[in-house]
Ligand binder design. Structure first.
Ligand code: BT5
Length: 326
């Protein structure tokens, strides 16, 4: 562990007190000058550290950035987020993650950015990613066939919905197949707070890697044209601590990922049905075959949406865009 991180941990655990340079030096067996240099580097990252003559150092303020040191502080995971790559800005964390994954990056590696210049949605759509949100991608290597990959989107949706609930108290729902939504009024009107994009590198019968991209509107502004469909969590819950939310998402992602590997898709889907924003509703789905209207009666264990059509027949839909309000 780098000296800066070790120093930060000590300062954090002595929140209201100064810790002397001598004490830090002795603890880590480095000179007081080396301690001072590390403190300077932390300050350059945005940490506010007061230095008092003869008193030492005291942590005053932590910067509002998604720094790995902050997200990893107290992170209770075995492998997700143990290796984190941080960008003040990048084109798309999914694009960067795919490059890293194809070069052999470890399972659980996380890429996180303050801003994306070419954030992506499904089918090459643009994903708006200004400062203040959480834009991250996680590399995973489940030993499954490619046909199982869509379940990863559900695993991530459960993690995000659970983390939002824990951090803000807001009840998040999952809109098939890849949106996390929150009800904004009593009429059941919902807004998208998170989108998930799962991509993969695979052979015909084996996944090499999955990259699960998670974009959460947290304290960020959104363009006017998205105002009718999307919103940020801070509009509903006030300013949200982003590092805490990111940490909780990673912890829950690992929890649901293990659940999927150990117990299979049916256990994930049971939870997914409970949080579904579409089941029981009459909806419209834009698919490659055209618009299909029907009542959403199930999401099966492959992750396919099952509609009951007007003529009482059932229709299985593997991919599409749901409109909730007809
Ligand atoms: C998604 O696509 O919802 C997947 C979004 C995944 C974003 C993450 S961020 C980290 C990682 N790196 C990336 O480059 N991507 C992933 P889709 O279901 O196709 O929805 C896209 C549509 O959502 C757009 O066409 C807009 O209508 C709308 N949209 C764009 N930006 C949005 C935002 N920030 N919040 C809510 N809706 C948005």
């Amino acid at each position: 562990m780098k000296a800066g991180i070790k120093i930060l941990r000590i300062l954090k655990s002595n929140e209201d007190n100064f810790v002397s340079g001598q004490e830090l030096g002795n603890k880590f067996k480095i000179s007081r000058t080396a301690i001072w240099k590390s403190v300077q580097r932390l300050r350059a990252k945005g940490y506010k550290i007061r230095a008092g003559k003869k008193k030492g150092y005291r942590l005053i303020n932590v910067p509002d950035f998604l720094l790995p040191t902050e997200i990893q502080y107290g992170l209770k995971t075995k492998f997700i987020g143990r290796d984190m790559r941080y960008f003040t800005a990048t084109d798309s964390t999914n694009e960067q993650a795919k490059k890293l994954a194809s070069r052999g990056a470890a399972e659980g590696t996380v890429l996180i950015a303050e801003k994306q210049t070419r954030g992506k949605g499904r089918l090459g759509r643009h994903w708006v990613s200004p400062a203040g949100g959480i834009w991250m991608s996680v590399i995973l290597r489940p030993d499954f066939a490619p046909s199982q990959a869509p379940m990863m989107t559900m695993v991530a949706s459960l993690a995000v919905a659970g983390a939002i609930k824990e951090v803000t108290g807001l009840e998040a729902k999952i809109k098939w197949p890849n949106d996390v939504m929150i009800e904004i009024n009593k009429n059941g009107v919902m807004r998208k707070v998170c989108g998930i994009l799962t991509e993969m590198g695979a052979e015909v019968d084996r996944i090499h890697y999955l990259v699960v991209g998670i974009g959460i509107n947290v304290n960020n502004q959104l363009p006017k044209e998205l105002g009718h469909t999307a919103c940020s969590l801070d509009e509903l819950a006030g300013k949200v601590p982003r590092t805490l939310l990111a940490r909780k998402v990673l912890e829950k992602l690992e929890y649901y990922y293990f659940l999927w590997l150990e117990k299979g898709a049916q256990v994930i889907m049971k939870e997914g049905r409970r949080l579904s924003a579409v089941l029981g509703r009459t909806i419209k789905v834009a698919t490659a075959e055209g618009l299909i209207t029907g009542k959403a009666i199930d999401i099966d264990n492959k992750g396919a949406l099952i509609l009951r059509l007007k003529n009482k027949t059932k229709k299985e839909i593997l991919a599409g865009e749901v409109t909730l309000h007809l």
